[in-house]
Write a protein that binds this ligand. Sequence first.
Ligand SMILES: Cc1ncc(COP(=O)(O)O)c(C=O)c1O
Length: 444
Amino acid sequence: MFLTGTSRINEKNHLEIGGVDTVELVERVGTPLYVLDEAEIRKRMKEFIASFQAYNIPFQVAYASKALCTKAMCYMAEQEGLSLDVVSGGELFTAIQAGFPSERIHFHGNNKSEKEIEMAIDANIGAFVIDNLYEIELIKEIAGRKEKKVNALIRVTPGIEAHTHEYIQTGQEDSKFGFNLNEPAIAAAKIVQASEQIELNGFHFHIGSQIFDMTGFEKAVERIADFYSIVQYELKTELPILNTGGGFGIRYTNEDNPLSIKNYVDSLLESVKNHFVKRSLNIPEIWIEPGRSIIGEAGITLYKIGSSKDIPNVRKYVAVDGGMMDNPRPALYQAKYEAAIANRMISDESEKVSVAGKACESGDMLIWDIQLNQPQAGDLLAIFSTGAYNYSMSSNYNRIPRPAMVLLNEGNADLIVERETVEDLVQYDRVPERLTVQKNIGIK
Ligand SMILES: Cc1ncc(COP(=O)(O)O)c(C=O)c1O
């Protein structure tokens, strides 16, 4: 049985999360429903911090809010001592609204607008992660106008791409993000160093996501250590910070076998120590940006099962009341999940089915070929590990309102995102006057 965090099977044979019976929960709040396991979120945040504290290296663990950005998430990140990585004015605004300490906010993005840069400078954020020359000029101009100086890292592409068990060395990485090594990045650093409006604190890289094998990180750190020795020599100054991004893998299915958070951090910090010390460089302050590894396994989506279609000798489709609108990952990149019938967790009767969404797309399938306990109309389906990049990438495709989100802990169930309504969907629609007066000429 695949279970995550505090999930367990209670005496009613129901799925319980954070001490809350999910069947009773949806009777009150409805489906589809995103639920978050607060104890699991905080446990993971604490584990990152404790793993770093075991080393005598200054650090910041910045939660990559792109994985799931809500005000409640910002509150938890702040309470657990994390920093925050934001990539848009919307994420920044959410953080500000949640009262997140601005000096712990890092602003990413490959095409930050003038308005976003202004907002970040006005909020006195901790650091920009500069992506390109255009951005350098914009920051110089806006900070100059406001008579402010901002802190910044420069994003580089270290020529390593890593995904799950594989990594590739691409030499000259073909990516829309950041500056390639070495000359373009050194040239950018010199421009920043010469500016009066930007203080250069170091560099940033991010090599990919859902990474299990640390070899890619090891290679990237090796290249970056080489680069730090060159760039510090060229700039004639020491750069105090290195940001190694996010990307630590999690368990989506029984086949996934990620390292523990402690092992990820140990492996990363050991590589940094090795490669910097070997080159007689001081070890910089290390920043990381975990997203999925904090929130992924702490999220579960609950759906009501409706229609089904049995094609003998082919497959049985079972449809739920959500789909690619609340979880685009299977349609986007064939993401795989585990699931259970939350109102009948243990049963002798199991059946192989495929779980379809309700969107008007054949490709809207949430899970292909999974054994479930004889799913019937009215049953509650729980899909696990849906905390990261689900709500944050959700849409209103087919004009379907987004689900609500509830935070579960020690028997408490608190709404942290309201369920959208059909009224919400039309709130920005406008009908030009001339359409309202045009006569219906009909078909003659
Ligand atoms: C720059 C950067 N940092 C951090 C992350 C978070 O990655 P993950 O959720 O895999 O930890 C991403 C994800 O795309 C990213 O692009």
